[in-house]
Design a protein around this ligand. Structure first.
Ligand code: PXP
Length: 235
């Protein structure tokens, strides 16, 4: 199981004051020294954390970028210019604090099928951020995605209440179904140092994308140590 480190909240902190600190480039350089698969960055429509230049700067470092993006023409144009290692198509609502639910691939499958074509033609791996729902898994397969990323928010909330078994089971069933259809499976959202060990119970998970908990720990122990501790838990 590989780790994608989401560095959006380095930008959140930087943007709190305007200016340049803490530096995304410095964060990216530190993270890239660790045994991670990619740096995950979400270029939101409102640019509330990552800005366009951040993507270009991190790309210049030679980093593998997993670009989280809404399925809009504006962001697609930027993705086609940057050519990240992978894109993860996410739903986006302006008022939300974070990505609150999975993408409804099923109800917009014809649009998404066309939308991802130019990305795939550029050799970019395409992932769909979905709830662990069979209908959404099948729609992701239908449109030709390479990966699904299962939204682990409900699992993480349930873990806090000590009642996670049903949510974990949903993840296991959805992952198996996706793999049977030839999709590769990632997971992310709300994963932290306490609950992440349970992801090892899901067979064949490729990658975990984790941001908030790593950046939060980094405030106290430093980014490199925070990433190392997470890597230790998922190996
Ligand atoms: N994966 C996706 C698709 C996301 O949108 C997010 C949140 O930006 C994450 C993973 C990481 O979630 P968290 O910050 O809770 O670790």
């Amino acid at each position: 199981m590989k780790l994608g480190v989401n560095i959006d909240h380095i930008a959140t902190l930087r943007n709190a004051r305007g200016g340049f600190e803490p530096s995304i480039i410095e964060a990216a350089k530190i993270a890239l020294k660790e045994d991670i698969l990619a740096l995950t960055m979400h270029l939101r429509e409102d640019r509330r954390h990552i800005k366009d230049n951040d993507l270009y700067d991190v790309k210049k470092l030679g980093a593998k970028i997993n670009l989280e993006m809404a399925a809009t023409k504006e962001i697609q144009k930027i993705a086609l210019d940057i050519v990240p290692y992978s894109v993860c198509i996410v739903p986006e609502r302006r008022q939300e604090i974070t990505t609150e639910g999975g993408l409804d691939v099923y109800s917009q499958k014809e649009y998404l099928k066309e939308f991802i074509k130019p990305l795939k033609e550029k050799g970019i791996l395409v992932s769909m951020f979905i709830d662990p729902d069979i209908k959404q898994v099948e729609a992701s397969s239908y449109i030709g995605a390479d990966y699904i990323e299962m939204h682990t928010g409900s699992f993480s909330n349930a873990f806090e209440k000590g009642e996670y078994k049903d949510e974990l089971e949903k993840l296991k069933v959805a992952a198996k179904h996706a793999q049977n259809l030839g999709l590769k499976v990632n997971a992310g959202h709300g994963l932290n140092y306490d609950n992440v060990y349970l992801m090892k119970e899901i067979d064949g998970l490729c990658e975990l994308n984790i941001g908030h908990s790593i950046i939060s720990k980094a405030v106290f122990v430093g980014l490199s140590s925070a990433i190392k501790q997470m890597l230790e838990l998922i190996k």
